[in-house]
Design a protein around this ligand. Sequence first.
Ligand code: ZN
Length: 126
Amino acid sequence: MRVGPVRRDEATAAFFDGTARSERLLFRCPAGHFSPPYAQQCDTCASVDLVSVAAAGGASVVSRSVAHQRGGDRDTLVVAELDEGPWWWSKVIGAEPEQVAAGARLTVAFERADEESEAVPVFRLA
Ligand SMILES: [Zn+2]
């Protein structure tokens, strides 16, 4: 399964500016808590004083699923906990589903569906 064409809008422009630089952005509040890039306020302390920072790129598998495609291809989909704390779901590229178990270490990668599509964060086994 390829990542479908993804286009930016006003709400996602800053995030995709980050992925174009190979950065997966998160929000950090003054207390140092991390929140997902779509958060309106800190998930932990509710601060609305959020700054955008690049995640380090490491994560651990929380849960794995397999999507079976026509023609027999399989995709490995995971919910992963980023090293900064927020959870993120995406696919794992370059690995068979059996190689991706709960707790496995991941690193961020980026895929584009085509030349005009935004870069989308995915994972590889670390
Ligand atoms: Zn906070």
